[in-house]
Design a protein around this ligand. Structure first.
Ligand SMILES: C[S@@+](CC[C@H](N)C(=O)[O-])C[C@H]1O[C@@H](n2cnc3c(N)ncnc32)[C@H](O)[C@@H]1O
Length: 263
């Protein structure tokens, strides 16, 4: 059985025990209640439901045997869903929130579906976001609600895995693909030191290196690199920095410049 403290090597970051070493609270505590909702300018958009896309959700929610008991733990997707349900003032109406959470690893999605406490509001789907056919699944979800875009897309600790597996072009294509699909993107990029650790863990297990690790030209300060990609190549503007987690990861909110919202 895997050591709960050891992340092991997972080629896509699809760690089965991810939340034992990266608890969602690290990130959620950086989001003051109601603040994200306020930044999304929802009240300017009228009545429709708030639609969110969580890309690379891992288990989102998980059930498992811990010290002999079956426990369900609510992971980051559920934490983000609950967060968006919390308006700043108690007088404000609760928004109608719907999440599409996706992950490349079907086993993680099976676990997420099994423990999903809000099946009417949170949909888990197994898909590879880099596969062109994934667009159909995202668009079908949007069509169900008669909307053209998600209000917000979450890219939490996924950019490094896209970058390592698909190279510089893959990282840029990933962000270019998501920008027109979402009014806002909340991105938590992994710093460069995580790339080195991920490559080291793979080598330690005698596995083949990531295809692109040694040839990446986009490297160094990954937060600023991602700001540059989104602002220069994806028609986005950085609207807020929520600060850094204890893992030295920043949370950045970007707005799609072509989204017609009153300023
Ligand atoms: C490190 S985990 C982060 C999980 C979660 N977003 C969080 O921050 O708590 C990265 C997740 O991205 C998923 N992933 C990696 N590449 C993906 C792809 N091409 N399409 C969809 N999911 C992907 C992995 O399976 C993994 O569960």
């Amino acid at each position: 059985m895997a050591d709960l403290e050891d992340p092991g090597a997972a080629p896509y970051g699809n760690f089965p025990n991810y939340y034992t070493f990266h608890p969602p609270e690290n990130r959620l505590s950086l989001l003051p209640p109601g603040h994200l909702l306020e930044l999304l300018n929802r009240h300017e958009k009228g009545e429709g439901p708030l639609l969110a896309l969580d890309v690379g959700c891992n288990t989102g929610v998980s059930g498992g045997i811990i010290r002999g008991c079956f426990m369900i733990t609510h992971e980051l997707s559920i934490g983000l869903y609950n967060h968006l349900l919390q308006p700043k003032g108690s007088s404000e109406a609760l928004p109608d929130v719907h999440f599409l959470c996706c992950d490349i690893d079907p086993d993680l999605i099976t676990r997420a579906k099994t423990g999903n406490p809000f099946p009417d509001s949170i949909t888990f789907s197994s898909l590879d976001i880099m596969d062109p056919s994934s667009l159909d699944i995202l668009q079908k979800f949007l069509e169900k609600f008669g909307q053209a875009r998600f209000d917000v897309g979450f890219c939490m600790s996924i950019t490094m895995w896209i970058h390592l597996n698909h190279g510089d072009h893959g990282l840029v294509d990933f962000l270019k693909k998501l920008t027109p699909l979402c009014d806002y993107l909340l991105v938590e990029p992994q710093p460069w030191k995580c790339y080195r650790s991920a490559a080291r863990r793979l080598r330690k297990l005698g596995r083949q290196d990531f295809d692109h690790f040694h040839t990446l030209a986009i490297r160094g300060d990954m937060t600023e690199e991602i700001v540059t990609i989104l602002t220069r190549h994806c028609n986005s503007q950085l609207v807020h920095r929520f600060g850094n987690t204890s893992w030295d990861r920043s949370l950045l909110l970007f707005k799609n410049r072509s989204t017609k919202l009153p300023s």
